[in-house]
Design a protein around this ligand. Structure first.
Ligand code: ADP
Length: 661
């Protein structure tokens, strides 16, 4: 060993190891899946590199991973002939965690064991999972293409630090030895190892082989049974040995021959015929490629020949990954070309709003030497992207039709991401719009379960638009005075309160011929909904006309207009905007994004049937009148925007009026 040194783990690694050992204990056998998964990735990487540098194989092109045990030493060893690691790579890969956002993620753990194990599973524990069953792990590795004296030794007890050194290593690739913890002897049992590997690794392409030791009795021993096999050749050989006939020999050490027995199917799952693949295998394959511990929710496997020639295997996770909202994290499919792994996280094949999709595409049309840059602008990529986008949407549409409960599960996890769709993808707007789910006045709960098809089916005869309201929270939307008329008329309104909703709605114009209409915007279709004006209402309007003029003069250009409305029942005043003007929520989005939004010009609408309005209309004292009008205006703004520019002014006015009452 040369250049031996001891190094400390990055603090995140220490934290992860600690949490993992405790929270994944009931799931410990997954370490085999993780290590074999890594070996399979290492084989994929070598195959890819060898496309341009075949000499990397160095005469050993049959890739595999081998598993063996040593019962005396109580070790389990996995040895692959994949890409291997250099000294620096070992330090980077087995001493740190490169994922951005790790610190925050880890900080969120530690209170609830069951929850933690779920989250850690989503985070992906990989190599470090070896420490669930081992109290010491030794790695010997050599990167493909490096000389035999450039091997690397790494060893750690999984606590604060590890030892690293340069060693000679004959074969390329990585050998990982687990020194099993007390009580983990079941992983010394061939039968146990086989069954775990079969379960977890049947679907990966890399052959997994297990060591079979056959004891070969030393030839001399057969002498005792000479009569059985008198003219056996070995007997002749034995006689040539130095043992004598009358003195039975002390038995020689039993000789062992070692053979390697393949224990998985070792055929890439997506290349097998669809009908032959069991659900269980899909679930395991998904875990292999996604590093997720959960089963997938649904999947879709397709082979396409003809103008395009590709196979795709797409999975929708059950749970959002921990870094779904991390902008630095690339989300994409695994790309294979003619069965050779090319790259991970190829984000070119799906739009952003479907970034929760995991899986792979194996293309026969792309060149093997394709790079990320090249992928960006080939026609083949564009065609694949369009086809795969449709596949994912179809998979979700089918799920929504066949299993609404599961679809709801999907929506809860990924609805917010899908809502980016209308702005991003015009071509598929129609199918995507059907996938959206909303809260609505038709429902008592804040859960988003209503589809536009549901809504359309319930539209009333006089109704020709789809009404919605956007607000900061479900409660604010659901209690908005804008809904008073709709409630009275039994017309359903969609209640939108996610931050992205206003943005999404600005990209949705219609659904199956029905236009979307915000209820906080002035709109002619409302006239149709409202009752014919009664003679009393007409009289009230006439009587209040001078009052409206007074209000207009008072508020001046702070409002766009002042009107009377018959849409309200329990509220004296509201503000609305013109259909062609920016609405409240959109203005908020601009502000939140740090941009200056044009000032929203509101129309103040007064309810002539409200007692307060009637009373104020009769107030002759101009300054008292002004106090009331300001109060109506402030109240209306408060319900509309949830905030006021000057809340204390509003409170003072209110208190003054209360005192004078
Ligand atoms: P992940 O596989 O999610 O990246 P791991 O902790 O399992 O995380 O592994 C970290 C890195 O170590 C891998 O990305 C890979 O570069 C390297 N590595 C792990 N196992 C092997 C192996 N058997 N051969 C070569 N490199 C490996």
């Amino acid at each position: 060993m040369k250049n031996q040194e001891t190094r400390g783990f990055q603090s995140e690694v220490k934290q992860l190891l600690h949490l993992m050992i405790h929270s994944l204990y009931s799931n410990k056998e997954i370490f085999l899946r993780e290590l074999i998964s890594n070996a399979s990735d290492a084989a994929d990487k070598l195959r890819f590199r060898a496309l341009s540098m075949p000499e990397l194989y160095a005469g050993d092109a049959v890739l595999r991973v081998r598993v063996s045990v040593d019962k005396e030493k109580r070790t389990l060893t996995l040895s692959d002939n994949g890409i291997g690691m250099s000294y620096d790579e070992v330090i980077d890969n087995l001493g740190t965690i490169a994922k951005s956002g790790t610190k925050n993620f880890l900080a969120s753990l530690g209170s609830d064991q069951a929850k933690d194990s779920q989250l850690i599973g989503q985070f992906g524990v990989g190599f470090y999972s070896a420490f669930i069953v081992a109290d010491k792990v030794t790695v010997r590795t050599r990167a493909a293409g490096e000389p035999t004296d450039a091997g690397v030794f790494w060893e750690s007890a999984g606590e604060g630090d590890y030892t690293i050194a340069t060693i000679p290593k004959e074969d390329r690739g990585t050998e990982i030895t687990l020194h099993l913890r007390e009580g983990e002897d079941e992983y010394l049992d061939n039968w146990k190892i086989r069954s775990v590997i079969k379960k977890y690794s049947d679907h990966i392409e890399l052959p997994v082989e297990i060591e079979n030791k056959t004891k070969v009795e030393p030839a001399v021993e057969t002498k005792k049974d000479e009569n059985v096999d008198a003219d056996n050749e070995s007997v002749v050989d034995a006689e040539a040995s130095d043992d004598t006939a009358q003195d039975p020999p002390v038995p020689n050490e039993t000789e062992e021959t070692v053979t390697w027995e393949p224990i998985n199917k070792a055929k890439a799952l997506w290349l097998r015929s669809k009908s032959e693949i069991k659900d269980e295998e899909h679930k395991e394959f998904y875990k292999h490629i996604s590093h997720d511990f959960n089963d997938p929710l649904v999947w879709s496997h397709n082979r396409v020949e003809g103008k395009q020639d590709y196979t795709s295997l797409l999975y929708i996770p059950k749970q959002a990954p921990w870094d779904l909202w991390n902008r630095e994290h690339k989300h994409g499919l695994k790309l294979y070309v003619q069965r050779v792994f090319i790259m991970d996280e190829a984000e070119q094949f799906l739009p952003n709003y479907l970034r929760f999709t995991r899986g792979l595409v194996d293309s026969n049309d792309l060149p093997l030497n394709v790079s990320r840059e090249l992928l960006q602008d080939t026609k083949i990529t564009q065609n694949l992207r369009s086809a795969l986008t449709k596949r994912v949407l179809k998979m979700l549409t089918d799920l929504a039709e066949k299993d609404s409960e599961k679809y709801q599960q999907f929506w809860q996890q990924f609805g917010l991401v899908l809502k980016e769709g209308p702005a991003e993808d015009h071509a598929n707007k129609e199918s995507m719009t059907k996938l959206l789910r909303f809260a609505s006045t038709h429902n008592d709960s804040s859960e988003q379960t209503i589809s536009l098809e549901d809504y359309k089916g319930r539209m009333t005869a006089e109704q020709d638009k789809i009404y919605f309201i956007t607000a900061d929270s479900y409660t604010a939307a659901n209690s908005s005075p804008h809904l008073e008329l709709f409630r009275k008329k039994g017309v359903e309104v969609l209640l939108l309160s996610d931050r992205i909703d206003e943005w999404m709605m600005s990209h949705l114009t219609e659904f199956e011929g029905k236009a979307f209409q915000s209820v906080s915007q002035v709109d002619d279709s409302l006239k149709k909904l409202a009752d014919e004006e009664t003679p009393e209402q007409q009289a009230a309007e006439k009587a209040l006309a001078p009052c409206i003029e007074r209000v207009k003069t008072l508020l001046g250009d702070r409002v766009k207009d002042v009107r009377l409305t018959h849409r309200l029942t329990g509220t004296p005043a509201i503000v609305t905007t013109d259909s062609n003007e920016m609405g409240t929520q959109m203005a908020k989005l601009f502000t939140a994004a740090g941009q200056k939004a044009p000032e929203v010009k509101y129309i103040l609408e007064l309810n002539p049937e409200h007692e307060l309005v009637k009373r104020v209309a009769k107030t002759e004292d101009e300054s008292q009148f002004a106090e009331w009008v300001e109060l109506f205006f402030e109240q209306a703004l408060l319900t509309e925007r949830g905030t006021l520019d000057n809340p204390s002014q509003f409170m003072n006015r209110m208190n003054k009026l209360l005192l004078s009452a």
